[in-house]
Design a protein around this ligand. Structure first.
Ligand SMILES: Cc1ncc(COP(=O)(O)O)c(C=O)c1O
Length: 384
C-alpha cells in the first residue's frame, strides 16, 4: 500500500502552504460564476489585439537573462539615475519579491514587515522561517505607518524592511519625507528596504514618489505589469537595484528558477510599455477616478459601512460597523453565492472579518454600482 504524505511532512528548506487569497481567488473560483467582481486589485484586463502586434515571425528563443534590453531601458528612464543594467525583469512582481527575499534572508535573520500586505510579502519570509516583526496598520491610526514603531522594531540582525506603497489593501500612501526617513534608517542600520511599488502609477493625479531604488543602494524597488497596466496574463514584473552585488545575486536566482522570461511575454510587455503605457495610464486613471467618486458617494453616510479614504491605488479597505449585528460568515456566503458578488474578505488579509477589500478599479461603472448595492442587500439579509 502506498503511504499518503501529509502536508506537515513537507518540510523542505522553504516551507510552502497555500494561502486563502490564492486558493479562493476569483480565477480559482471561476470568472463565469461571478457577476460583480469587486475582488480584483487591478484595472480592467488589456486585450492583446489592441496592441496591433504580429507575432507570427517571432523566434521562440530564450530571451536576454536580465530581460529585453529595450524594455529595461524604458523602465530605467522612470528613475533619475537608473541604468537599464540595474533593472531585472521577472515573472511577475511576485517573482521579483521571491528572488529579493530569498536572496537576502536566511532563517537567522530578522525582517520588519508591513501588515496587512500583499500575500507573497508575508508568506515568503514565513516560508524561510526568519524572525518577523509586523508593523500593523490600524483603522484607529488611519492605516498610517508608524515610523517610531519601525525604528523600535529594528534589531541587530535586521536585514530587511519590507513595505508596499501605495498600500495593498488599504490604499494609503507614503510621503516623500517618510520615504527619505525610512531609507536613512535602513542605511544607518546596514539593512535593505524592499519597496513594493506595484501601485506607484496610481496616486490620484499627484506625482508618484521617486523610485526608491534611485535614492539609495540600500533600497530595492519592485513593480508589475499586472495592476496599473492590466496585463496580469503576461506574468511580467521587475526589480531595480543600484547595488551590483545584490543585482548579481538576483540574476543568479532568476537563472536558477526561470533562466529568463518568456520572449512572447516580453515582446508584448515591451510594446505595451513603450507605445501604450502613457495613454493607457491617462485613460485608466480617469476610469479609476470616476469609480472612486461612486465609491466615495456610496460610503458617505453609509449606515452599515465605514472606511479610511484611500489616497492611491485602486483598492479600499472598508469595514462593517461593529453595531451591525450579523454573522460575517453568512454575509460572505450570501454575497458570493446568492448575489454572485466577489469581494476580498478580511480573512484573506489575516484581519478581523468585518474588514474587506473592494477593488474599484477593475469593474466597469455599472458593475461597481451593481456590486455595491449587492453588498447592502447581503448585509440586510444577514442582520440578526
Ligand atoms: C502589492 C502587490 N505586489 C505584487 C503583486 C503580484 O503581482 P504580479 O501579478 O506582477 O506577480 C500583487 C498582486 O496582487 C500586489 O498586489
Amino acid at each position: 500500500m502506498v503511504r499518503k504524505l501529509k502536508q506537515n511532512e513537507m518540510k523542505g528548506h522553504l516551507t510552502y502552504r497555500r494561502t486563502p487569497i490564492e486558493a479562493e481567488s476569483p480565477e480559482e473560483w471561476g470568472y463565469d460564476k461571478i457577476k460583480y467582481n469587486l475582488a480584483e486589485s487591478s484595472v480592467p484586463d488589456f486585450i492583446l489585439g489592441d496592441l496591433g502586434l504580429d507575432l507570427n515571425n517571432l523566434q521562440l528563443s530564450y530571451s536576454d537573462h536580465r530581460g529585453l534590453p529595450e524594455l529595461r531601458q524604458s523602465i530605467a528612464e522612470e528613475g533619475d539615475n537608473i541604468t537599464s543594467d540595474q533593472v531585472l525583469i521577472t515573472t511577475g512582481a511576485v517573482g521579483a519579491l521571491f528572488i529579493v527575499v530569498t536572496s537576502i534572508l536566511s532563517h537567522k535573520d530578522h525582517i520588519v514587515l508591513l501588515h496587512p500586505n500583499y500575500v507573497a510579502n508575508l508568506e515568503t519570509p514565513r516560508a524561510i522561517g526568519c524572525q518577523i516583526d509586523y508593523l500593523r496598520l490600524s483603522k484607529e491610526n488611519k492605516f498610517k505607518l508608524d515610523l517610531n514603531q519601525l525604528e523600535e522594531a529594528m534589531k541587530p540582525n535586521t536585514r530587511l524592511i519590507s513595505l508596499t506603497y501605495p498600500q495593498n489593501p488599504t490604499g494609503t500612501v507614503l510621503t516623500r519625507t517618510d520615504l527619505n526617513e525610512i531609507i536613512a534608517l535602513a542605511e544607518s542600520k546596514g539593512c535593505y528596504l524592499l519597496l513594493d511599488e506595484t501601485y506607484r502609477d496610481m496616486t490620484f493625479n499627484k506625482s508618484p514618489l521617486p523610485l526608491a531604488a534611485s535614492l539609495s543602494e540600500n533600497a530595492i524597488s519592485v513593480s508589475s505589469f499586472s495592476k496599473a497596466y492590466g496585463l496580469p496574463g503576461v506574468r511580467l514584473g521587475w526589480l531595480i537595484s543600484q547595488n551590483p552585488v545584490l543585482l548579481e545575486t538576483f540574476l543568479a536566482a532568476k537563472e536558477l528558477i526561470f533562466i529568463c522570461n518568456s520572449i512572447v511575454d516580453e515582446v508584448i510587455g515591451s510594446k505595451f510599455y513603450t507605445d501604450f503605457r502613457t495613454d493607457f495610464l491617462k485613460e485608466i486613471n480617469s476610469h479609476v477616478s470616476t469609480n472612486f467618486k461612486i465609491l466615495e458617494e456610496y460610503m458617505t453616510n453609509n449606515s452599515y459601512l465605514d472606511w479610511i479614504k484611500p489616497d492611491g491605488g485602486c483598492i479600499s479597505f472598508p469595514w462593517i460597523k461593529n453595531e451591525v449585528d450579523l454573522s460575517i460568515r453568512k454575509f460572505n456566503k450570501v454575497l458570493k453565492e446568492t448575489y454572485k458578488t466577489f469581494i476580498a474578505p478580511g480573512r484573506w488579509f489575516e484581519v478581523d472579518e468585518r474588514f474587506f477589500r473592494i477593488g474599484y478599479g477593475y469593474p466597469s461603472k455599472t458593475e461597481l454600482e451593481g456590486g455595491l448595492q449587492c453588498i447592502i442587500a447581503a448585509i440586510e439579509d444577514c442582520i440578526q
